[in-house]
Design a protein around this ligand. Structure first.
Ligand SMILES: [Zn+2]
Ligand SMILES: [Zn+2]
Ligand SMILES: [Zn+2]
Length: 381
């Protein structure tokens, strides 16, 4: 009995890993799509056809799992197949064995139905065919070719939302690939509604925890189906940058600040503590965003001791104020000399270089600029 329990536990774990492969399995290639890659071909070559095949293989493998368990039991001698079929074994075993075959049989029947007329009955093909409405000369394969072509482009965006689901954004389409399905919407007649934020850790200064945002993709395509995507907050900037359709968020929804926004706030606070630089020259518009007034000047204040061996010394910058605080802080975050920001320490030890003269500067060297016009009578600088 303990052997049976051990096998059942092992098989349960195995089945769970087939349904939701852990990251380690994915990186080692132990996924259904990797193991069936010879038949599936390359996703990049024909995206839609690949996912039609992949959904079929996935469904077939999943449906075979209960039968696999019975076969395992028979192979390990926990049940006697001959006795069950022809002998005096409790008929409940025979019933259970037959039940495990219902899933695969039904799946096979579905696959045969879908395969008719060049897979035009498959749910993915049906999803595409609604975009042929009004044009009798178009079929789902025309839409598929269009999507395949866009998927080949390097400008597409793919975000894995977990080990079995991903969101794909191409120039015109937004899609969600999941084990059995491919949800799709045409960006031109869809909109995105942010409606939920899930936060899984307490918020600290530099760690906002794991945050997920849920969006509903709402399509106005007749026959089209809305679907929900759940994104990690770290992917939000990439995602919203690529999306062309209008994005609305429900008014009650409080999106937490992104990591970058938190860094920006923190850096601005440090800069606010630095002495203010008084300029008698009128301040120009920021050379980067051409919108805000440039209000930042680099003044070397830090001591001439390199904090670390590989860190260049800060240099004097004679450039006039040419950028606003937001643009300079974004520049600082993006073009720092050290690697990734992951701790408070490394963040404050970072150095960047002046966008104009390339002189190295650190956070201590950034000053807000205040414009004070020179009085004609008492001019002093
Ligand atoms: Zn600016
Ligand atoms: Zn400079
Ligand atoms: Zn410095």
């Amino acid at each position: 009995m303990s052997n049976l329990f051990a096998f059942t536990t092992f098989y349960g774990l195995f089945a769970a890993c087939v349904f939701y492969p852990p990251k380690e399995f994915v990186s080692m290639g132990f996924t259904i799509s990797e193991l069936a890659s010879l038949w599936l071909g390359q996703e990049l070559d024909s995206f839609i056809q690949y996912h039609i095949k992949r959904s079929i293989v996935t469904l077939m493998v999943h449906s075979l799992l209960p039968f696999g368990y019975v076969v395992g039991l028979a192979m390990r001698g926990h049940i006697d197949a001959v006795q069950i079929l022809f002998g005096s074994e409790n008929p409940i075993w025979l019933t259970l064995c037959i039940c495990t075959l219902i899933g695969p049989m039904y799946t096979l029947y579905k696959i045969l139905t879908w395969s008719k007329n060049n897979w035009s009955k498959h749910p993915i093909a049906k999803n595409l065919s609604i975009y042929c409405a009004g044009d009798e000369n178009r079929t789902w394969t025309d839409i598929a070719s269009n999507i395949n072509r866009e998927f080949m482009s390097i400008s597409k965006l793919q975000i894995a939302t977990n080990t079995t689901t991903k969101v794909v954004v191409t120039d015109n389409w937004i899609m969600q690939v999941s084990p059995y399905k491919l949800d799709i919407a045409y960006q031109a007649n869809s909109s995105l509604v942010g409606y939920k934020v899930d936060i899984y850790q307490s918020t600290t200064t530099f760690n906002i925890g794991t945050v997920y945002a849920k969006y509903r993709v709402c399509t106005r395509q007749p026959g089209g189906r809305n679907f929900t995507i759940r994104l990690n907050f770290n992917d939000m900037e990439n995602f919203t940058g690529k999306i062309l359709m209008p994005i609305t968020t429900e008014p009650s929804l409080a999106f937490p600040k992104t990591m970058k926004e938190l860094w920006m706030d923190e850096i601005k606070q440090v800069i606010a503590d630095n002495p203010v630089y008084i300029s008698h020259e009128e301040l120009e518009k920021c050379a980067v965003c051409i919108n805000a007034t440039s209000n930042i000047k680099l003044i070397k204040r830090c001591p001439d001791i390199p904090i670390r061996d590989d860190m260049p010394l800060c240099k004097i910058c004679n450039c006039p104020p040419r950028s606003c605080i937001d643009c300079l802080v974004k520049w600082f975050i993006a073009k720092s000399v050290t690697g990734e920001v992951d701790q408070d320490e490394s963040f404050f030890q970072r150095k960047s270089s002046c966008p104009q003269c390339r002189s190295t500067f650190c956070l201590l060297d950034i000053s807000y600029v205040k414009y004070e016009p020179v009085e004609p009578s008492a001019s002093k600088s």
